[in-house]
Design a protein. Sequence first.
Length: 186
Amino acid sequence: MRVENSGGIQASLAGRYATALFELARDEKQLEPVAASLASLQLALGESEDFLALTTSPLITTDEVNRALAGAAATLELDPMTGKFLGVLAHNHRLAELDKIIRAFNQLAADHRGEITARVTSAHPLGDAQVAALKSNLKTRLGRAVEVDLNVDPAILGGLVVKVGSEMIDGSIRTKLDTLAQAMKG
């Protein structure tokens, strides 16, 4: 069974890797462990400059990358399928795509569960209560369960930018200031 997705996930390199991992995890009934491992990896990418450098630096040899990934897999307690997948990415020199692959996988998993994924950008990290309220409001507005892909961009100054599919709700202070500046110019 192929995954159908109207978002064109398979059109990108990261999308093809994510689709392959998703289909294998689904067929082997390992979606939950793989999703949990990918969440740990995404957290590590965001919090550890060393881990990010490991995935993106062309100066680190393949042997060094493989040893470091084995250590990271053990430390992060990754499931075996995700660990092997990281090895494939390293072998193919595609670790730099890891963040995009994780995002695409999460979208495929949400689609599989009948959920919508909203990409939410805020100026500061959102607390658990704020995320829960946001999910509730989006569920009411969209009529379906919503997962959120949280991003932080201080450049928006405040507020939120929410993108669901092709629809974007821009409530950022940066956009409001830009709009006001344009209106004042006449």
